[in-house]
Design a protein around this ligand. Structure first.
Ligand code: PLP
Length: 275
């Protein structure tokens, strides 16, 4: 999982250096480095322009690439500022923050939007995730899918929901050992088992790009994901049309490789607060 310290910044929680060692040159971002709240709408517009230019550059329509705001650790006021700038998709890594954010937003009458889960879902958080999100992008096991399916069946039976719940399958297409995400070789088999769960709908794949400064390796991991999506549809999962891939640092590469949704935090909100 990508945590708050992605993009090479130093975690304040990391095991400290020995007493007396020279301090790290890179200090964690603090509140002073974050943009003012009244800059956020403009920064969102700038990301929209970046996406449009990237689409232009590879002959795609800008309407084919959605922007999901990665809202982890952002105060609800800052999320509202982004919604005010036109954002309509929010992504949460933590179900607890998803719940708090959605409750706050509905209490304060924020514009309509979709909420996606983009972090690992623990079994005991699955019900809350279904309650507050419209898509879970991080399904990476049949076991989790079965649990979500069972819980969604209960929601449908009780009238709390009317349709299958949208999920994406998280694939580890970077080739690096990763704690989360299906191995590409397992995708077709796992997806086949999940398509039998009638209360879930596989909307596509979610990928975290290779964590490397090599643009070529990043592009290769995204291209692999695109091919996997094609193979999945060829295997009969026609609904799997989305490719959630690309973040602040690599969204242009992801768009060139077929992303249908980039997940952007830093470009809009600045460095994440260090708590
Ligand atoms: C934080 C996060 C993002 C956004 O990353 P930025 O580099 O801040 O744009 C995207 N996807 C996931 C899964 C994340 O955790």
């Amino acid at each position: 999982m990508i945590d708050a310290t992605a993009n090479g910044s130093v975690s304040p929680d990391e095991p400290g250096l020995p007493e007396g060692a020279p301090s790290e040159p890179e200090t964690p971002p603090d509140a002073e480095q974050r943009p003012d709240i009244d800059e956020i709408a403009g920064r969102y517009a700038a990301v929209r322009d970046r996406v449009a230019q990237a689409c232009d550059a590879c002959g795609r329509s800008k309407d084919d690439v959605a922007i999901l705001l990665a809202a982890k650790f952002q105060e609800p006021e800052r999320v509202v500022a982004a919604l005010g700038g036109g954002a309509r998709r929010l992504g949460h890594n933590y179900v607890q923050q998803l719940e708090a954010s959605e409750e706050w937003l509905s209490r304060t009458g924020a514009p309509p939007h979709r909420a996606h889960v983009i972090g690992h879902v623990q079994a005991n958080k699955a019900a809350k995730a279904l309650q507050h999100a419209q898509c879970i992008e991080t399904v990476d096991s049949v076991k989790l899918a079965r649990r979500l399916d069972r819980l969604q069946a209960e929601r449908v039976a009780s009238g709390a929901a009317t349709a299958p719940f949208d999920i994406m399958l998280q694939v580890n297409s970077s080739g690096a050992p990763s704690q989360f995400g299906l191995e590409p070789e397992a995708l077709i088999d796992v997806a086949g088992q999940i398509t039998e769960l009638t209360n879930l709908r596989i909307a596509g794949l979610m990928i975290i790009g290779a964590h490397t400064p090599s643009a070529r390796e990043v592009a290769a991991s995204f291209a692999r994901a695109r091919v996997l999506g094609e193979e999945l549809r060829a295997a009969g999962v026609a609904s799997a049309t989305e490719l959630s891939m690309g973040m602040t640092a690599d969204m242009e590469i992801a768009i060139a490789e077929g992303s249908t949704q980039v997940r952007v935090g830093t470009a809009v909100f600045g460095p994440r607060p260090s708590y």
